[in-house]
Design a protein around this ligand. Structure first.
Ligand code: ATP
Length: 227
């Protein structure tokens, strides 16, 4: 199995509330994600899980250490290359889906593909296909406020997938869903791994997801420990 994403000796500090000391949130921690694997990170609230996900996803530079994609150090890329890396190789799903309210479900899903320069026709075809796969073909023209929470999360997933990413980074993707919608989203996530060989990095409190992962890490005291 090949390693697609690797974080080495990642350290991240933030200013404390009083501002006169630094809090070390991540302390020289390491992680490796193999192609096609499902990796889950669990840990107490505030321990640094989201911070780690942002660093691994090229959204927030670590103070020390490196993140590599297929052996290439992402924070040594220039801004444009880093943005392109994020847009083409990664898909992000957050607890609060960050859909753009003024656009329809279909337009939200199409956005990353259009930014990448794909034609509207081919993009729309794929976006409609994803809505179909996710069981909400009739919601294409709805705006986010006209969708249920579970539907919004499925649209966010479809948007994360439009560019055929190699890795999905998901931060509490089922965090604000009821049991039924959690089950639907979980099935979609794990089907993806089966059908498209997508790797998944998940932050979750859901015991069901953790159980179905290849590797579970607990983040504590700034370091990842395999459970
Ligand atoms: N930009 C920032 N500036 C200062 N402190 C920050 C910043 N971002 C995060 N922190 C702090 O770093 C710590 C880790 O935050 P993070 O959101 O990564 O935790 P988490 O494990 O994802 O928490 P939760 O499970 O509650 O979402 C928290 O104490 C938080 O207050």
């Amino acid at each position: 199995m090949s390693i697609i994403l690797e974080g080495n000796d990642i350290t991240k500090r933030f200013d404390s509330k009083s501002g006169n000391e630094k809090l070390t949130i991540l302390n020289s921690t390491n992680i490796q994600i193999e192609k096609g694997s499902v990796v889950t990170v669990v840990g107490a609230s505030g321990c640094g899980k989201s911070t780690l996900l942002h660093i691994l996803g090229g959204l927030d530079q670590p103070d020390e250490g490196s993140v590599s994609w297929n052996g290439q150090s992402i924070y040594e890329m220039d801004k444009k290359a880093l943005a392109e890396f994020r847009n083409t190789k990664l898909g992000f799903v957050f607890q609060f889906h960050h859909l753009l309210p003024e656009f329809t479900a279909l337009e939200n899903i199409m956005m990353p593909s259009l930014i990448r320069g794909n034609t509207a026709d081919e993009t729309e075809k794929r976006a409609r296909g994803l809505l179909e796969d996710f069981g909400i073909p009739g919601r294409a023209e709805h705006r986010p406020t006209q969708l249920s929470g579970g539907e919004q999360q499925r649209v966010a997933m479809a948007r994360a997938l439009i560019n055929n990413p190699d890795l999905i980074l998901a931060d509490e993707p089922t965090g604000n869903l009821d049991e039924e919608n959690t089950e639907i989203l979980l099935k979609l996530l794990f089907d993806l791994r089966e059908e498209e060989d997508v790797s998944l990095l998940l932050i979750t409190h859901e015991k069901d997801i953790a159980r179905r992962s290849d590797i579970i890490y607990e983040l504590s005291k700034g370091q990842l420990h395999e459970l």
